[in-house]
Ligand binder design. Sequence first.
Ligand code: NAD
Length: 311
Amino acid sequence: MNTKDLNATDNDTTKPNIAFIGLGNMGAPMAENLLKAGYPLSVYDLSEDATQRLQQAGASVADSPKDAARHAQVVISMLPAGKHVHSVYLGDSGLLANLPKDTLVIDSSTIAAADARLVAEAASKLGIDFLDAPVSGGTGGAIAGTLTFIVGGSTDAFAKAEPILAVMGKNIFHAGEHGAGQVAKICNNMLLGILMAGTAEAINLGVKNGLDPKVLSDIMLQSSGRNWTLEVYNPYPQVMGNVPSSNGYQGGFMSKLMQKDLNLAMQTAEDTHVETPMGAKATELYAAHTVENGDKDFSSIMARHDSSVLT
Ligand code: NAD
């Protein structure tokens, strides 16, 4: 396939067929944005609820990843962790073995760089272009189509993917070769885990000393403690509308996924002999928190200080 095929415009019937695998909190809205932009979409997820939502939006539903990719020139996956990515793509019955040469595969799951490189290598042996393209921006960014894509892989494959990623995101970065997207992503999420834990801690200190959480948040938002969590993802209930903390910490980015990302960052730090003491503390906090609250949004780390926020 050449770049022209994938750069097709809205009125162009040569828009590539896309197979989308993994329709959870992130994958579903990303797939919906592709549909809205006119890309023919075939979808697969283990959960029937997830596929039904996309069927209603106009996608065709497949019985397996292989079935979804039957007529696809591009495959996109958004799966929880490395083991799911391996099970979808690798092995004799995996997707790679069943894709035509020149298919473009974009995996947007957050997984270890080593896992992404393994899939990239297997793909390359079969003449398939693979990109690791994890995202930042949360479910809000996935719905609004304003995600940041952090891509690792060849320049050619990146150029083919860019117009498709631009439908789902606002900032598309080419971080480097295979795995580079994942390294950049875990650096970002290690910092996010530290910021969320620290923001929850600061708000709790203020509240326990008589401050209103909204007043305190507004003050910090205009002061030097300002950060992304205060801007768009406040962890204290009812300070901000339309965020998981004001909705019983449902949806969003599950604490167990944050813990997975922190573990990936710690593993990378250990393998490369880099010190990350703040990251280690955030990992410890999320490990304890996920024992009871793994399925709740990661801003529920607030409950470590005040369990009443969960009720
Ligand atoms: P999720 O658990 O909501 O969704 C994952 C989906 O994958 C589920 O619908 C599940 O049924 C499906 N799935 C699992 N195994 C499968 C398989 N073998 N075949 C087909 N489908 C399968 O997770 P999410 O929040 O959408 O996150 C997906 C990825 O994106 C994770 O790697 C996460 O770390 C990353 N991420 C999430 C956020 C966020 O805010 N939620 C933000 C950035 C990155």
